[in-house]
Design a protein around this ligand. Structure first.
Ligand SMILES: NC(=O)C1=CN([C@@H]2O[C@H](COP(=O)(O)OP(=O)(O)OC[C@H]3O[C@@H](n4cnc5c(N)ncnc54)[C@H](OP(=O)(O)O)[C@@H]3O)[C@@H](O)[C@H]2O)C=CC1
Ligand SMILES: O=C(O)[C@@H]1CCC=N1
Length: 274
């Protein structure tokens, strides 16, 4: 694997680095730049990667540059990286929600190979889901390298249009939070009916795990698996009827649309602020 540098050493960068190391990447080939000294110490101690407080030092000579800072930081971070990017012309991988490839190229001052992707936090345990999109300047070997980095975090899929990444962000990027919210709500409902907090939490979490594994391992659709739980006129039917009466599908569709629109707004905000 070519030398890779991460700009930003927060949650997602750490998750991706952990995956790469688990899959046999050499720590010496991974550099991370990050302002927080404690985060750098932890990355160095845990994974043995090279750590820097200066972005340019980390990016020096890298063939792959992963931009893993908040969307609001992207313009400033890209501008400071210009000299090293123009010198080495690495493939750029951006994981920032909303930020467009055209913006990244403009902030980095030139036409560059850029892969924009959207991973999610289950990458921390190798169970991530990532969608990727590459611009026309990404070569086949660079595309394979980008995929290799994200493969270490879990499932990867390529999407044919960049705009689809806003929907991906609203689905799988933010999605873990929706399932956590559901588990919290189930836990609270069972607690209010008299189960202990501990028991409610354990049963809700294990139910999420079991349902998730069945979705992946059974090869059957969510609808089929749902129907198999639902005895006619039984308890599940009562709950599902209640969800339906409360317009569950419409609630979810509105939430996913809000997330998608927020992704679009994040890039627009950067236009007005930069
Ligand atoms: N969290 C998630 O579920 C997902 C996040 N993403 C995307 O990943 C990106 C990172 O998110 P996440 O890891 O959650 O955020 P974090 O805040 O955990 O990580 C970002 C890191 O970048 C550091 N940083 C800030 N300024 C700079 C700078 N100028 N140069 C280098 N590093 C800097 C931050 O340090 P400090 O804390 O000191 O500011 C922080 O440690 C975002 O763009 C987000 O949209 C994508 C998919 C899922
Ligand atoms: O909430 C966010 O903006 C980021 C992107 C996807 C998940 N977390």
């Amino acid at each position: 694997m070519n030398r890779i540098a991460f700009i930003g050493g927060g949650n997602m960068a750490t998750a991706l680095i952990a995956g790469m190391i688990r899959h046999g990447a050499q720590p010496g080939g991974i550099a991370v730049a990050e302002p927080r000294a404690e985060a750098l110490q932890e990355l160095s101690r845990e994974y043995g990667v090279a750590t820097y407080t200066n972005n340019l030092d980390a990016a020096e000579g890298a063939a792959i540059l992963v931009l893993a800072v908040k969307p609001q930081m992207m313009a400033d971070v890209c501008r400071t990286l210009r000299p090293v990017v123009q010198k080495y012309r690495p493939v750029i991988i951006s994981i920032a929600a909303g930020i467009r490839i055209a913006q990244i190229e403009r902030w980095l001052d030139g036409a560059l190979p850029v892969v924009r992707c959207m991973p999610n936090t289950p990458a921390m345990i190798g169970a991530g889901a990532t969608a990727l999109f590459a611009n026309g300047r990404v070569s086949a070997p660079q595309r394979a390298e980008a995929q290799h980095v994200l493969d270490a975090a879990g499932l990867t899929v390529w999407v044919p249009e960049e705009d689809q990444l806003d929907t991906v962000t609203a689905l799988s990027g933010s999605g873990p939070a929706y399932f956590f919210l559901m588990v919290e709500a189930l836990e609270n409902a069972a607690f209010s009916q008299g189960l202990s907090r501990e028991t409610a939490r354990a049963l809700a979490a294990q139910t999420a795990l079991g349902a998730g594994r069945m979705l992946i391992e059974s090869g059957e659709s969510a609808a089929t698996l749902r129907q198999r739980v639902t005895s006619p006129k039984g308890t599940t039917q009562a709950a599902l009827d209640s969800f339906r009466n409360d317009h569950f599908n419409a609630i979810v569709a509105r939430a996913v649309d809000a997330a998608r629109r927020r992704g679009f707004d994040l890039s627009e905000d950067m236009e007005s602020n930069t």
